[in-house]
Write a protein that binds this ligand. Structure first.
Ligand SMILES: N[C@@H](CCC(=O)N[C@@H](CS)C(=O)NCC(=O)O)C(=O)O
Length: 218
């Protein structure tokens, strides 16, 4: 059976978790406590960079969330979340990569601010600017007459961007000025996979000390 190493607050893990649920795959969830589990020798054999998510499929292990999504799509193609049209593939990949490349560095700065870790004002301003540029990019790529980025087809663009955008308000950035993003996110949040993987307010509160410890060294 598939084994999935994750933590409830990890956005990188959540995109894999949503995919496992959306593909109706059976898996064993292995909950990691990020205040030390990721540095244990056994885990470092799975991912020497001490990050979750990690997926194990019998004797095969894979880390890096987008590589895991590629693996799941190729190995378990039904239902498929990758379009076949060239322009649609490019759009999905761009949205995925904007999400994983642009949002995390800015999120780290804003999270530090939320957790009262000292950060220079200039860095906060730049991080906010990056966030708003990314959310505006998503807004510009949504059509209010469609449910998803690629018309009515639910794809990895929705899974990857949607699980990340859901956390942006926690960083002090309102989604209200983005009506298309807000409507799209509200649709996604109706899905069982979103409901099952949404962190509770208690999870968020409990994770703050762990996050603070991780971010203080970055
Ligand atoms: N590029 C990686 C990033 C993974 C990542 O940064 N995971 C975080 C949790 S969101 C983690 O495991 N942090 C603990 C650590 O680095 O020690 C991916 O997409 O899987």
């Amino acid at each position: 059976m598939l084994q999935f190493h994750y933590s409830r607050l990890s956005i990188n893990a959540r995109r894999v978790w949503v995919t496992l649920l959306e593909k109706n795959l059976e898996f064993e969830p292995i909950l990691m406590k990020l205040n030390g589990d990721q540095f244990k020798a056994e885990f470092l054999k799975l991912n020497p960079f001490h990050h979750i998510p990690v997926l194990i499929d019998d004797d095969f292990k894979v880390f890096e969330s987008l590589a895991i999504l590629d693996y799941l799509e190729a190995k378990y193609p039904t239902p498929s979340f990758m379009p076949t049209d060239a322009k649609d593939i490019a759009k999905v990949r761009t949205i995925e990569l904007v999400t994983v490349n642009e949002l995390p560095p800015a999120s780290i700065i804003l999270m530090k601010d939320v957790l009262d870790i000292p950060v220079e004002d200039k860095k906060i301003e730049t991080a906010k600017q990056t966030m708003t540029t990314a959310v505006q990019y998503f807004e510009d790529n949504l059509d209010p007459s469609n449910s998803y980025f690629i018309g009515e087809q639910f794809t990895y663009a929705d899974i990857v961007a949607g699980t990340a955008v859901a956390s942006i308000p926690l960083l002090g950035i309102s989604l209200e000025p983005y009506p298309k993003v807000s409507k799209w996110l509200a649709n996604l949040q109706q899905r069982d996979s979103w409901k099952q993987t949404a962190p509770s307010p208690e999870d968020i509160e409990k994770s703050k000390a762990v996050m603070k410890a991780i971010l203080q060294n970055r």
